[in-house]
Design a binder for this molecule. Structure first.
Ligand code: PLP
Length: 400
């Protein structure tokens, strides 16, 4: 009897984690590598948040908590949704998990039956289709090319909906493209959803605070209150407060769904770290002034990267509204030959060439469901970004 379960054959390890690992291995072997693969801000967690964690440890907040979050954190989350998004939730409509990832996973595990369809605009965050597959659902990917701003079009959404559609997953600002929906664009999508009452909305708002040039962030239940009772609004402290290692994410939605998600969590991980929960209370309730500096620093980096990549031969880079990624097309390099004599046939060939020739680590677009592109995370220093973009320009210039 084989050791491994059949379910494992439905999924693959995260390709973004694989690229980061490859870059670390090359660095350890002495290569000069700039990694643009990271999915996390390069800033430190604010001191006030760390202090709150230390206070929690000292005062004995070191034991099991309620499975899906402490009352204090749920209260802080309700206040955040009301203050920032105009959404009213009671504490029993809120769940806390070990990262936004666990909240998404719990939701899909708690709701999908074999064959249920989940509409996922592509390019998408790498984990959605694999989580859907683990929960025995079927991903219906809808292509969103750069000509459409990498955004789902209402007519394409309408076409993708079938009687088996359970969820639409929206992610704005988006990983890997940085695209974010304006109020009008979001309203056009929610108008379609209002006409299909059997479709639930899973909105992943992890990058809410990272938007530039005065862009107004909106979330579906805020734009269309009629969707409030069939929307799970997911968010977390990982990206906005540079707390990726603390592992706290949260979601809000109808009580029945939230309760079911807690059952899944109670039989897998139980509560997220008590100390991290105390820290997250401070992140949500405490001063938010550091965010402005982070956002302006990210915007400066985005502008540098977009401008330098558009000067690279064969590369065309769309300027996104938010997050800390860009998703340039490498279509102009396909069919060209490297100085080593290898023909670039796919975006995977292209990123391999970048890593081997110039030591720049990026992630191939095929991992995110739309090729030929590559994802660059600009959550690193201006010096490294400038150096990396020069290397990319040099690598592209050397193709024949
Ligand atoms: N959703 C998106 C779009 C992400 O990019 C990420 C992290 O990369 C997550 C969810 C998961 O966040 P967390 O680290 O809180 O689990």
């Amino acid at each position: 009897m084989p050791l491994l379960a059949q379910r494992l054959s439905r999924i693959k390890p995260s390709p973004t984690i694989a690229v980061s690992q490859k870059a670390r291995d090359l660095k350890a072997a002495g290569r000069d590598v700039i990694s643009l693969g990271a999915g996390e801000p390069d800033f430190d967690t604010p001191d006030s948040v760390k202090e709150a964690a230390m206070r929690a440890m000292r005062s004995g907040d070191t034991k099991y908590t309620n499975v899906d979050g402490t009352p204090a954190l749920k209260k802080a989350i309700c206040a955040k949704f009301e203050r920032e998004n105009g959404l009213r939730y009671a504490p029993d409509q809120v769940t806390v998990g070990t990262g936004g990832k666990q909240v998404l996973y719990n939701a899909l595990m708690a709701t999908l039956n074999p064959g249920d369809e989940v509409i996922v605009p592509a390019p998408y965050w790498v984990s959605y289709p694999d989580m859907v597959a683990l929960a025995e659902g079927t991903t219906v990917a809808v292509a969103c090319p750069p000509e459409k701003g990498f955004k789902l079009q209402p007519a394409d959404l309408e076409k993708a909906i079938t009687p088996r559609t359970k969820w639409l997953i929206l992610n704005s600002p988006n990983n890997p493209t940085g695209a974010a929906y304006s109020r009008d664009e979001m309203k056009a999508l929610t108008d379609v959803l209002v006409r299909h009452p059997h479709v639930w909305v899973l909105t992943d708002d992890m990058y809410e605070h990272l938007v530039y040039d005065g862009f107004e962030f909106v979330t579906p239940a805020q734009v269309e209150p009629r969707l409030h009772d069939r929307t799970l609004t997911v968010n977390g402290v990982s990206k906005a407060y540079s707390m990726t290692g603390w592992r706290i994410g949260y979601g809000a939605g109808p009580k029945e769904l939230i309760k079911a998600m807690a059952v899944i969590q109670s039989q897998s991980t139980s509560n997220p770290s008590s100390i991290s929960q105390a820290a997250a209370v401070e992140a949500l309730n405490g001063p938010q002034d550091f965010l402005e500096g982070w956002v302006s620093s990210f915007r400066e980096r985005r502008d540098l990267v977009v401008s330098m990549l558009n000067q690279a031969k064969g590369i065309s880079c769309h300027k996104p509204e938010g997050a800390f990624y860009v998703y340039p097309s490498c279509a102009g390099t396909i069919g060209l030959t490297t100085p080593g004599g290898k023909v670039i046939e796919t975006d995977e060939d292209f990123v391999t060439y970048l890593l081997e020739s110039e030591g720049v680590a990026a992630v191939q677009g095929s991992a995110f469901g739309l090729a030929p592109f590559f994802r660059i995370s600009y959550a690193t220093s201006m010096t490294d970004l400038e150096d990396a973009c020069q290397r990319i320009q040099r690598a592209c210039g050397a193709l024949r």
